[in-house]
Design a protein around this ligand. Structure first.
Ligand SMILES: NC(=O)c1ccc[n+]([C@@H]2O[C@H](COP(=O)([O-])OP(=O)(O)OC[C@H]3O[C@@H](n4cnc5c(N)ncnc54)[C@H](O)[C@@H]3O)[C@@H](O)[C@H]2O)c1
Length: 335
């Protein structure tokens, strides 16, 4: 979809990936960026610079995805929707009912609202690499089996099917819309949560270093992932909104394999720490090996990662040092 003079709705726009997508969207000639978020996890500070631009509007009536009428009215006059709002992996583990309501019911409300607003041409929805489970083949192409075994991943597998079902249900009707689902790999970068129960591995390592404690590696450190910078994810989202493809899912990653041991060593090097990692028996690990093949996304939507892990980690550490006092992790209201 051509973005010139278009109005875009960003659901979950105050969150980690959503707020970076808003920042990137401001480089495009869009006429309005409407933010819909209940701020349970997203932060007003994430939008601090974006709201200086008059094209950015926070939806006036609040942004609760679980209220279908509100979602419907948020979509009025909108050309394209980015839908990021969801509960995260560990939150879904602890609170599956809330996960079902937000990740599945929330998406359902968005799909219904799209059908009720026939001007909406396109949906870019956040799936996740979690749909794959552990890699059977490497790097994982989008045709890799969906071997997920946890509830978060289950909501994403279901969500992919919901999108497809609505797409085909309304194909060649006045309510027709296009959609693309993005399977982000392990996203890291500025604005990532770093306090509270639901934080990701890089922030856990940095927390330990900050306290003068050696980083902990669970197991032998050979678990390997594809770490992709959030700015690259934001660019992928916009590429997906612009692209002329529908009913497709794309990996958003780098295709580069980094083990946890390599990640820890790199962070120690960047922070000039002389601490030595300690090894502890592996605890709860959902996936041990997950690298996404980036070829399809590059070929079909023109997305290719640009941020190298070393540079992205440096940026993240700088941001963390500058924003510590501002960042307040708030656990979801469902608790
Ligand atoms: N961060 C990652 O590593 C990663 C990896 C794969 C997939 N994803 C997916 O990408 C999307 C964005 O992830 P993120 O890391 O930016 O998450 P995030 O938690 O930072 O952002 C989600 C936003 O949605 C909002 N939200 C939650 N429940 C809501 C509700 N009921 N109504 C309205 N707003 C609500 C939150 O306040 C938050 O601002 C999610 O769908 C996530 O599952 C993220």
């Amino acid at each position: 979809m051509e973005l010139k003079n278009k109005k875009l709705l960003v659901i979950g726009g105050a969150g980690f990936i959503g707020s970076h997508t808003v920042d990137e969207l401001l480089k495009e000639p869009v006429s309005e960026i409407r933010i819909f978020d209940n701020f349970t996890r997203g932060r007003k500070n994430n939008l601090k610079s974006a709201i200086q631009d008059s094209r950015v509007k926070v939806f006036a009536h609040g942004g609760e995805l679980l209220h279908p009428e509100l979602v419907k009215s948020a979509l009025e006059g909108i050309d394209g929707v980015f839908h990021f709002a969801a509960l995260w992996l560990l939150h879904c583990w602890d609170y599956p009912r809330s996960a079902f309501e937000v990740n599945c019911g929330g998406l359902f409300n968005v799909l219904e609202a799209i059908v009720d607003n026939p001007d909406v041409q396109r949906l870019v929805w956040s799936s996740s690499a979690s749909v794959y489970g552990d890699a059977v083949t490497e790097p994982m192409q989008e045709s890799h089996p969906l071997n997920n075994t946890n509830f978060y991943g289950a909501t994403k597998v279901a969500g992919e099917q919901f999108c497809r079902a609505y797409y085909y249900r309304y194909l060649n009707t006045p309510q027709e819309f296009d959609f693309v689902g993005l399977r982000y790999m392990n996203v890291y970068g500025a604005r990532q949560d770093y306090k509270g129960a639901y934080i990701a591995v890089i922030m856990k390592i940095l927390d330990r270093l900050e306290k003068g404690l050696p980083p902990v590696i669970y197991g032998d450190g050979s678990q390997a992932y594809d770490f992709v910078n959030v700015v690259d994810c934001a660019r992928a989202n916009i590429a997906a909104m612009k692209a002329n493809v529908a009913d497709e899912f794309y990996n958003v990653g780098t295709g580069i394999k980094t083990t946890i041991k390599e990640l820890v060593d790199l962070i120690l090097e960047i922070t000039e720490s002389d601490l030595t990692p300690i090894f502890e028996p592996s605890g709860q690990t959902f996936v041990k090996n997950r690298i996404g093949c980036p070829v399809k996304a590059e070929r079909e939507i023109g997305y290719k990662h640009s941020v190298q892990l070393r540079d992205g980690l440096k940026d993240l550490i700088k941001w963390r040092n500058n924003h510590k006092s501002e960042v307040i992790h708030r656990r979801n209201a469902a608790e």
